[in-house]
Design a binder for this molecule. Structure first.
Ligand code: MG
Length: 304
């Protein structure tokens, strides 16, 4: 890709163990999630979203996150990010020794209501309180803006709404703002427009892109983000995940192996081993109950 030079570095934030598994129908045990993370580390990933401190009865997929966090302490992962929905979750995260948390707010009112049962304003207030308490405790805070390119209920989401939520999260002290096309409806020119608008207000160095593959645009959209100067991309091994409000056919996150294949030719993603990722994808499919969603995983399959 001509707009990336060999001197550039693209950092991949692997979100499969959290965002991916949280949206899979089968529940994986904490031990299995530790095994997954350990394999991802061996494949060369060093920023990994490892879990979420949510209520177990609401999201059983994330039960035992403290255990997963403990079990991955010695793997030398530079950033182990845990999602924290509220102050109660933050308490659990602090107790577990978490150093990187993520907070989230949608840019669309109806999505925020469906996802968290509160308005954008209340969501921002909550994110502010969690971020403030976390920063006081010396914890790094990542901010997610979801539905940046469309909402399952409202359809189009206006640019100023996305920019406003991103700016607020920035002002709360987030080290990074991950802009999420949560239901994967954006196309490259739309993603480009959103990123440009946000980058007018928030340093592009602090922006990450988080895409989904519903329309098969995940990699194209990520490249579009890179073209706008974004150097941090969220992805999920095997394209794990989905979106609970994106309809039955909403596909998962952009697959990590697809991103590595798209950008790895010049080694700009660092020392990540593509074949190992593909092996992990197929290994994991024995537990998720479905084949990897990544075309790269299918193209490079060796031992099924
Ligand atoms: Mg996602």
């Amino acid at each position: 890709v001509s707009f990336i030079s060999a001197a550039d570095r693209i950092e991949i934030i692997e979100v499969g163990p959290r965002d991916g598994l949280q949206n899979e129908s089968r529940v994986l045990s904490p031990d299995l999630r530790v095994e997954l993370i350990s394999r991802l580390v061996k494949a060369g990933l060093s920023s990994i979203e490892v879990g979420s401190f949510v209520k177990h009865d609401v999201i059983p997929q994330m039960a035992g996150t403290a255990e997963v966090f403990r079990g991955t302490s010695d793997l030398g992962i530079s950033q182990r990010i845990c999602l924290v929905p509220n102050l109660r979750g933050l308490e659990d995260a602090l107790q577990a020794g978490v150093r990187h948390i993520a907070v989230f707010v949608a840019a669309s009112e109806s999505f925020n209501l469906a996802n968290t049962n509160c308005s954008i304003e209340d969501g921002l207030r909550n994110a502010h309180d969690v971020a403030e308490a976390a920063l006081e405790a010396g914890i790094n805070v990542r901010g997610y803006v979801s539905t940046i390119a469309g909402c399952p209920y409202e359809g189009h989401v206006s640019l100023d709404k996305v920019v406003r939520v991103a700016k607020m999260l920035d002002s709360f002290g987030c080290y990074e703002i991950s802009l999420g096309d949560t239901i994967g409806v954006g196309n490259p020119s739309e993603i480009s427009r959103v990123l440009r608008a946000v980058a007018d207000e928030v340093s592009v160095k602090k922006i990450a892109f988080h895409g989904h593959d519903t329309f098969g645009m995940g990699v194209a959209n990520a490249l579009s983000a890179v073209n706008e100067g974004v150097r941090r991309i969220d992805s999920s091994v095997g394209g794990l995940g989905g979106c609970p409000f994106g309809g039955p056919n909403a596909k998962g996150n952009i697959a990590t192996e697809d991103i590595v294949y798209a950008m790895g030719v010049e080694n700009i993603v660092g020392d990540i081993d593509l074949n190992s990722l593909v092996e992990i994808s197929w290994w994991l499919s024995g537990y998720t109950g479905h084949e990897p969603r990544s075309l790269v995983a299918h193209a490079l399959i060796r031992d099924k």
